[in-house]
Ligand binder design. Sequence first.
Ligand code: WAQ
Ligand code: MG
Length: 257
Amino acid sequence: MRASGLASDYDGEKEVIKEVHISGAEGIFEENEISRAVNRYLKRAMSHSRGQPDKIFITVERFRQHPVKIPPLTIATLACETPLEARGLIIKRLHSLGISNDAIIQAFSIICSPSAMRGAAIIKMHTGDRSDPDIARGVRVSRLGIDKNESAKLSRKLAKIKINTLRVKEALILASKVAHHKDIIAEVCISDDPGYTTGYLASKEFGYLRIPNIKNHGDMNGGRIFFIEEDADVPGLINYLEKTPVIIGGKQRLESE
Ligand code: WAQ
Ligand code: MG
């Protein structure tokens, strides 16, 4: 699902109408679950804290290939009181993964900008160069879901720490799919919802690290950054993120099978 609104802006000479991202979401469902899922996406698009949409798209696609099954990342929550402290925590960990200052500066300038993108920005870990082809849009991770048993298991685990929400589950699923790719070094995420101030840093090494107070309440900025290997196969990576169906949990195949 994706929902957008129309807003008037000024391009220096005249008023222009531009499309503003409001909400997006995706999942993998059995055939008999589709109509309920579509209804839920529609409701979600029409009652979003970023505003009333002018356009809603819902796309339903049948897969021709079996989903790849992968494990979820581990989950932990860091102690963090302010956006400034969050920045320090993120920088320290990104440095430890070998990510350069140039790449980190580039990342913060994107996630602190008020014009939210629909997708994620892809940044090379040393030069900080943007690698996604459409800079205004970013790359949207799609075709991702969770196995029913794994979902119940995850809900129980999240309920124990009082964070069993659809938002946390969807973010963990996305971060697990993203981190699984060999060219991904780390991901940083800040919600673009003005009322949601917990973000995360994810990597194969650290797992999914939740960061409370990553932004101030009421801020419209947000976004996702994927830091990648300098010599990554970018088209291959984008194809994986957008097109390869991935399910968290289920019976995973061993490398040798
Ligand atoms: N693919 C790529 N980028 C995406 C996707 C996607 N499927 N969905 C969202 N984004 C980008 C896009 O730029 C949005 O503006 C931005 O991420 C934020 O999206 O454990 O709610 O859906 O409590 O607002 C983290 C949960 C919540 C933390 C993140 O993000 C926790 C969240 P939102
Ligand atoms: Mg949002």
